[in-house]
Design a protein around this ligand. Sequence first.
Ligand code: AMP
Length: 187
Amino acid sequence: MRNIIFFGPPGAGKGTQAKTISTYLKLPHLSTGEILRSKITQKDQIALQLKEIIDSGKLVSDEILNQIVAEKISTDCEDGFILDGYPRTLYQANFLNNLLENKNYKLNHIFNIDLSFDILKKRILKRSTEENREDDNASVIETRFNEYNKTTKPVSDFYKKDFNEIYYDIDGNDQIEKITNKIKQIL
Ligand code: AMP
């Protein structure tokens, strides 16, 4: 079993790398952003509430996210998983650690892909025209970036401290293929 987490601010390329590595290792890619976006297409009352939160750049509640991830890890992940976009709060990290402990699962690798806000902003704006995501516009980017700094960066820092031997900082300025090769080398 191989269990991996990708951290990084919005636009750092963690989704792209997580997807590539998921194909490479033949492990499920658990992108909580993608799972939430697919829930939105159901257009029921919860979907409308989710859409409003996501489009504003704020975080969806821990309870919803913990439930989604617990369900996925308990059903689809016999060989392991690649988490992308979770945990994003210390509460989620705590929940995940308990879940893994109860199942006797261990984390094997944590990758933190980082780069400067100026470059992130340009990348996200480019992605918004390619993927038509409503949370990729200039005013929402700042909220998402602030959420990351305020709430998720401390989670990544917690793992860096407590799981230092499996935690890898990756420079997100490099070309996509170069980053992938670095990650593969580490794996
Ligand atoms: P992402 O595709 O990872 O950038 O996620 C898009 C949006 O989904 C975020 O801005 C949040 O609104 C929501 N989201 C995704 N993952 C989480 C999470 N672990 N906790 C709370 N909200 C999340």
